[in-house]
Write a protein that binds this ligand. Structure first.
Ligand SMILES: Nc1nc2c([nH]c(=O)n2[C@@H]2O[C@H](COP(=O)(O)OP(=O)(O)OP(=O)(O)O)[C@@H](O)[C@H]2O)c(=O)[nH]1
Length: 153
């Protein structure tokens, strides 16, 4: 592995030499409400994978922990404040897209301050885990659905 700075990705990462793909670290969270529904956000037009429904989160910036990424991203994207201590590590995704390999830790969070709203114009939806299969989601997220369903049902 070698440390690279990838201008296209706009982030730093470790090159995954076996595939020759840059590794991109993204931190994501399943925010779970009192009814056991999970908040999903739709990727807006103009972005990669536009229209697909994903877990809130974003790329881990240089020098950041995945927990700090979520505190920052949830504030910026959804207007909610969370505490790192409320983030419970749940599982992760590891998936090769055409141009990068995604490593994505997924946390669970049941406590936050504020009402989530799409500050960047993205649509939001509260979804029961057993209904997630009906939503178009990024390929990396598909294996996570059954785990959430098993854990939250
Ligand atoms: N936040 C989030 N990102 C995901 C999920 N699944 C998944 O494949 N990703 C990918 O991880 C990357 C997240 O980066 P980001 O949230 O900073 O998104 P971005 O729009 O700036 O990325 P972009 O540079 O691909 O347009 C995207 O390439 C996105 O497609 C998910 O469930 N949540």
């Amino acid at each position: 592995m070698a440390l690279i700075e990838d201008d296209d990705m706009g982030c730093y990462g470790m090159q995954v030499t076996k595939h020759g793909l840059p590794a991109v670290w993204v931190s994501a969270v399943a925010m779970v409400d009192i009814d056991g529904r999970v908040l999903m956000a739709q990727r807006p037009e103009g972005k990669s994978l536009a229209g697909l429904w994903e877990f809130p989160g974003g790329k881990v910036e240089e020098g950041e922990t995945p927990e700090a990424t979520l505190v920052r991203e949830l504030h910026e994207e959804l207007g909610v404040d969370i505490s790192e201590s409320c983030l419970a590590p749940f599982t992760f995704a590891s998936h090769s897209y055409d141009d990068f390999h995604l490593f994505m830790p997924l946390y669970l969070c049941r406590v936050w301050k504020g009402e989530p709203h799409g500050k960047e114009g993205q649509k939001l939806k509260w979804v029961y885990p057993h209904k997630m299969v009906e939503l178009p989601m990024p390929a990396a997220d598909v294996p996570l659905i059954a785990m959430l369903r098993d854990f939250l049902s």
